[in-house]
Design a protein around this ligand. Structure first.
Ligand code: SF4
Length: 320
């Protein structure tokens, strides 16, 4: 059976189930790399340019991990997912970066996902499938299955449906924190040092941008005089604005990778909004040097501050 490798990084967290169903339907084995570890990170650091952000380095590590285990390496170029919008330039160029930085690669499959032109996801998917089969009915079936899986995955991403996160009880009593950032920072437990589970164990209710309906966060991200044209940016900003304006969140933790160009703008927009509504806001920036003890101390202090403020000070800061 043909084996196609998919690195567990960047948009893996958004699209893996879609691609898995697609390749399964074509009788092709889709093999993903293991969860990120220190070894995978080190492989990434050794094989990537120094200036890249942490998620891109980690992606390189996953490619090196997989390269001897598969016949093809699958790295879609997610150029645009909506009309008049683009993704971060690193998503656009990741396949080329990999091609030029890592040797002895299996054959690269790097289709362009470019939905701002006349293409839709269907034609993008068909163009990949045609590399392996000419059977139209098989391609149709693969397309339908993949869309179904993608829809299920979007539901699964909602915090209440995540099996690895313990179920919450007494939700209305709890402090509610929005964990903000790009999906690969929120869902890669190695990168964020398992912050979601740690917060739940501290009796905190957590919410992520995936819990906000797409229509709602896109509506909120439309309200700027200068249009936000990064799809990832619209999700981050729109989700934060929706929750802040509807008073549905007590605090925000922004998970950001050092060197992220988009975040340098997005953090500023969200922070301003949070401050204007008196919502506690904290940025957790990580790179390959970040230690877990320092990371834990910072967010634990943030939670303590929130509990103290909510419980004893009637939402007034300590020095007023
Ligand atoms: S959005 Fe930021 S973290 Fe993500 S790939 Fe681009 S620069 Fe890196």
């Amino acid at each position: 059976m043909i084996k196609v490798g998919i690195p567990r990084g960047l948009y893996y967290y958004d699209y893996f189930p879609l691609w898995k169903s697609f390749f399964d339907s074509l009788n092709i084995e889709l093999v993903s790399s293991d969860k990120t570890t220190k070894d995978i990170l080190n492989l990434g650091i050794e094989n990537c340019v120094d200036e890249a952000c942490l998620p891109v380095k980690i992606f390189h590590g996953h490619v090196v991990y997989l390269r001897d285990k598969v016949d093809y390496m699958f790295i879609p170029k997610y150029i645009s997912l909506y009309k008049r919008e683009y993704n971060c330039p690193k998503h656009l160029g990741i396949a080329n970066m990999i091609y030029h930085s890592i040797g002895d690669l299996p054959q690269l499959i790097a289709p362009k996902i470019k939905l701002n032109s006349n293409e839709d996801f269907k034609s993008a998917i068909y163009s990949i499938g045609k590399m392996f089969t000419k059977d139209k009915s098989l391609l149709n079936k693969a397309y339908k299955e993949s869309m179904l899986s993608h829809k299920k995955h979007l539901d699964w991403l909602k915090i209440e449906n995540m099996p690895r996160i313990k179920k919450l009880d007494n939700i209305s009593e709890k402090i509610k924190i929005l964990i903000l950032g790009h999906s690969y920072n929120i869902y890669d437990d190695f990168v964020n040092m398992n912050i979601l589970q740690k917060l739940v164990e501290m009796d905190i209710e957590i919410i992520t941008p995936d819990d906000i309906p797409e229509k709602e966060y896109r509506q909120y991200s439309d309200g700027f005089s200068k249009r936000i044209f990064w799809t990832g940016g619209r999700k981050v900003v729109g989700a934060a604005y929706a929750l802040i304006e509807n008073k549905e969140v007590d605090g925000i933790i922004y998970l950001s990778a050092f060197g992220c160009g988009l975040d340098s703008v997005l953090i500023h927009i969200v922070e301003q909004k949070a401050r204007s509504e008196n919502i506690p806001f904290m940025i957790m920036t990580f790179d390959e040097q970040t230690g877990e003890a320092g990371f834990n101390t910072r967010f634990e202090a943030f939670i303590d501050m929130m509990k103290w403020r909510n419980g004893f000070e009637n939402n007034i800061s300590t020095f007023r």
